[in-house]
Design a protein around this ligand. Structure first.
Ligand SMILES: Cc1cc2nc3c(=O)[nH]c(=O)nc-3n(C[C@H](O)[C@H](O)[C@H](O)COP(=O)(O)OP(=O)(O)OC[C@H]3O[C@@H](n4cnc5c(N)ncnc54)[C@H](O)[C@@H]3O)c2cc1C
Length: 391
């Protein structure tokens, strides 16, 4: 069969691109090998899809070229997506830090995208694997499980490697390489970190303990929740910093981000000289953690028995706790894939390949990765829209 635009991947980016191109009157076919469209949207945001963030700026994205995302993000903003959500009467709320979630279910976002596809005359076919792609004078010839498709434009929206059980594949990267594009090395992002050996033993039985903390790696820091797990650490501050961390990098935690512990502890000693350190720390930290820190590092005596210098050292450590991570939980649980199709080979305004006219890469397959909090969907919508306007 013949079509104007063939989009590989019926995820967030592919569907937005399809809607935009379909509204322009282009004949659009979207193919996905999974059994239904938008699987990651369905599982996102704990089933309520954190579909955008009111505070989106290019600084919320990691890429070898930090300028690449600017154009697309400026031309399709969170307010554009919110307008679509409101048009479909989907109730939503701001949870925190500008993060917008559906009140009810992620299913509403997928339904909305599919309804818009239908209204724009877009065909979406699932359960259809793409086997081979060739490019010639007449455009693209794509061999699929259901036969040959010819298209003037080919949009690769096949996502990254995270959550293989949801249909993630390295297909987009292979296709990019086939057409001479470079791939920035990929790794799991927004992912729990693992600890090993004595570092794991120190915290192993704290699994389930959660606290607000700041996680820092180099010059990047995130202040949000931290959660001890059976194998290491997770929670939003850790997921965020995981995208900046590489094996061997130093990680520091501020376990008392709201106070200067080196000032606070002497004040506590003056106010409660007979209280044990673990009791004092237990007022500011989860009790199990306070106890463990005392067992491991600080001892546990009445406050009056700690010298000024000791309290200063304990305080400094609480505000700057070293954490030695051994790795990440990997693509199995990662929310995103860092790296991907090198942006040097793409137009930042259209996402078109600079090597092969008519070939486009959008969404997570591109080397643009957002923070936790709705930023990744906003990139998928914006890059999909940018390509959809020109394909
Ligand atoms: C558990 C989880 C929760 C998340 N929650 C949020 C959130 O709340 N907010 C947020 O902003 N981001 C969230 N993300 C990240 C977000 O889901 C992705 O960044 C986004 O879905 C990327 O969109 P995409 O269209 O580029 O890729 P995807 O949504 O991954 O879509 C790619 C599509 O391509 C298909 N495909 C792959 N290979 C082939 C092939 N060979 N042939 C045919 N089809 C193929 C896949 O089946 C898939 O449908 C979450 C991710 C996960 C894993």
């Amino acid at each position: 069969m013949k079509t104007d635009v063939l989009i590989i991947g019926a995820g967030a980016a592919g569907l937005m691109c399809a809607i935009t191109a379909g509204r322009r009157g282009r004949r659009v076919l979207v193919l996905d090998h999974a059994n239904k469209p938008g699987k990651k949207i369905l599982m996102s945001g704990g089933g309520r899809c954190n579909f955008t963030n009111l505070g989106v700026t290019p600084a919320n994205y990691l890429s070898a070229n930090p300028h690449f995302a600017k154009s697309a993000l400026a031309r399709y903003t969170p307010w554009d997506f919110i307008a679509l959500v409101e048009k479909h009467r989907i109730a939503y709320h701001e949870k925190e830090l500008g993060q917008l979630f559906c009140d009810d279910s992620s299913k509403q976002i997928v339904r909305m995208l599919l309804d818009e596809c239908a209204a724009a005359g877009v065909r979406v076919e699932t359960g259809c694997a793409v086997e081979r792609v060739r490019h010639g004078e007449a455009g693209f010839s794509v061999t699929t499980a259901r036969g040959e498709v010819r298209a003037e434009a080919l949009v690769v929206a096949s996502g990254g490697l995270s959550i293989p059980s949801m249909g993630a594949t390295g297909f987009g990267y292979e296709l990019a390489r086939q057409f001479g594009h470079d791939i920035r090395s990929t790794r799991a992002g927004l992912v729990p970190l693992t600890l090993s050996g004595k570092h794991q033993e120190r915290y192993a039985d704290l699994a389930g303990v959660a606290l607000p903390a700041e996680a820092r790696c180099g010059r990047q820091a995130f202040r949000a929740g931290l959660l001890f797990t059976h194998r290491g650490v997770s929670g939003p501050s850790i997921l965020q910093i995981s995208s900046y961390w590489q094996p061997g990098d130093e990680l520091r935690l501020n376990l008392l981000p709201d106070r200067d512990a080196a000032d606070w502890l002497p004040a506590q000693r003056a106010a409660r000289p007979a209280a044990e350190l673990k009791t004092v720390l237990g007022d500011a930290l989860p009790k199990r953690l306070a106890q463990r820190l005392c067992e491991l590092d600080f001892g546990n005596r009445p406050m009056r028995q700690y010298r000024e210098a000791e309290l200063a050292a304990i305080g400094a450590r609480l505000n700057d706790w070293p954490l030695v991570a051994s790795g990440t939980e990997g693509y199995r649980t990662a929310e995103v894939t860092l790296g991907g199709v090198d942006t040097d080979g793409l137009s930042s305004s259209t996402m078109q390949s600079k090597r092969v006219p008519g070939l486009y890469f959008i969404g997570e397959v591109v080397d643009v990765t957002g923070w936790l909090g709705g930023y990744n969907f906003q990139w998928a919508w914006a890059s999909g829209h940018a390509a959809g306007e020109v394909v």
